[in-house]
Design a protein around this ligand. Sequence first.
Ligand code: C5P
Length: 225
Amino acid sequence: SRRVVLVPAAGSGSRVGAAIPKQYLPLAGRPLLAHTLDALIAHPDVDAVAVVISPDDQWFDGYDWPAALTVLRCGGATRADSVANGLGQLDLAADDWVLVHDAARVGISATALSRLIDTLDGDAVGGLLALPVPDTVKRGDADGRVGATLPRAGLWLAQTPQMFRAGLLQRALAAAPLAEITDEASAIERLGLAPRLVEGEAGNFKVTYPQDLTLAEALLAARSA
Ligand code: C5P
């Protein structure tokens, strides 16, 4: 079975506070998405990489992209819609692995990717990169005060890639209310299955806020040094 990476990049990136969607924000002179795609395409255990962009995307064609990239112009209203639409456009066997990776996680390393692929190789369900929550977790109340301190033992922050068999993932997304699904694993969980948690990396953070760009740039510079 093949390993196909699907990168949803059809978001508007409103939280990062720029007029341009965050996947196109310049990082070391190239769009953020280009760095993410390079890291994925370079991995020896990845057979194909496809990106999902919005049909209304006005930026993508203005840049150079790797020749090996499959471009799907079928982004939807939510991330889950974009993934479901993208899967529908790819010629996948039911037992092919699909690794869904956020465009904005530019720091994905070969080590983390290998750990995910190797750990899930014979897995019946699939799983995702994730990190144990390092901070104390508070639930806020309506007044902006602490309502409760939650025990953080057993809590993980979901990262990507999230890796599932194509047939299972398509079935899970078809059954899920896509507007409520913020990652692929939660769609799988709704089928009563338990995705495996594979230790990710702090460097595999999602560029979300403006200062994250500075952090990502420093990370890439340190890696290429
Ligand atoms: O907004 P957020 O950072 O959670 O988006 C996660 C990923 O999903 C990003 O790569 C974004 O481009 C993508 N996305 C998408 N289609 C949408 C919304 C988000 O492909 N409608």
